[in-house]
Write a protein that binds this ligand. Structure first.
Ligand SMILES: [Zn+2]
Ligand SMILES: [Zn+2]
Ligand SMILES: [Zn+2]
Length: 261
């Protein structure tokens, strides 16, 4: 399984518009964060988790030219506002719509924003087409390569889909818990045995709907995976300084990071 961190920033992105702070002005490319999403390759298959506003630029930067399934964790703008750019991947699929898996209320939001695109085939060649697949709470989704076990994470007024990828041929497990205020006992247990865990770790100061870095650290240490990455950081987080303070098996992710497990 290969994971590409396409974006690792919060909803403002970093640099933030009109901000001259040291991190926004930093020359360290790891401090430049587009909005959060990942791309997962398992054998010949490709799964896109969330479609950020910079999706097109992220695909160019990371050489992405295949998507077999889209999973949406929730309907916040920073996770779905790049979906029109899936049109190019419908071309690559000879006009077959891209299957989109999400909670029912998220699919409802997608239909409100992209009414022209929720259909089996594009209206005209070159248009996008999304085939909605409704996911129930705590449902496992079966794929030719294995399973994604889903769970529910609290995120203010929203419920976010937490994902645990399980590759059938290798038994490898990968947990992706973005945008959450906490991770409960059931969700920690589900993440147990993962080779890599990814957690929301917004910034040092507490926030009403995201975990702070200290809160994410507590969760990471209780799950105790061989490797944990934090994502969705603001312009308060300097990569080099904060990463150096974390335990050896816990790191900040950055845009363009690729890992194989
Ligand atoms: Zn700034
Ligand atoms: Zn969110
Ligand atoms: Zn977000």
């Amino acid at each position: 399984m290969e994971i590409v961190f396409m974006g690792t920033g919060t909803s403002h992105g970093v640099p933030m518009i009109g901000c001259g702070c040291d991190i926004c002005m930093s020359s360290d490319p790891r401090n430049h964060r587009t909005r959060t999403s990942i791309h997962v390759r398992v054998g010949e298959y490709a799964i896109q988790v969330d479609v950020a506003p910079e999706f097109r630029l992220q695909c160019l930067a990371n050489d992405i030219s295949q998507i077999d399934w889209v999973i949406l964790t929730h309907a916040h703008a920073d996770h779905i506002n790049g979906m029109d750019d899936l049109r190019r991947f419908v071309d690559f699929r000879d006009g077959d719509g891209v299957p989109v898996y999400a909670f029912p209320e998220v699919l409802g939001r997608v239909k409100d924003i992209y009414p022209y695109a929720v259909r089996d085939r594009p209206e005209f060649r070159g248009y996008p087409a999304f085939i909605p697949h409704s996911v129930e709470r705590n449902q496992s989704i079966e794929f030719p390569w294995g399973t994604i076990e889903t769970t529910v994470l609290p995120h203010g007024r929203f419920e976010v889909m937490g994902l645990v990828f399980c590759e059938a041929s290798t038994g490898k497990r990968f947990t992706y818990y973005t945008d959450c205020k906490s991770v409960g006992p059931d969700q920690r247990q589900l993440a147990g045995g993962s080779d890599v865990v990814v957690l929301d770790g917004l910034r040092q100061d507490p926030h009403p709907t995201h975990m702070s870095i200290d809160e994410a650290l507590e969760v990471a240490e209780s799950i105790n995976a061989p490797q944990t990455y934090f994502i969705h950081m603001t312009h308060h987080v300097d990569h080099e300084t904060v990463d150096a303070q974390l335990p050896e098996s816990i790191n900040l992710a950055y845009d363009g990071l690729r890992i194989t497990i």
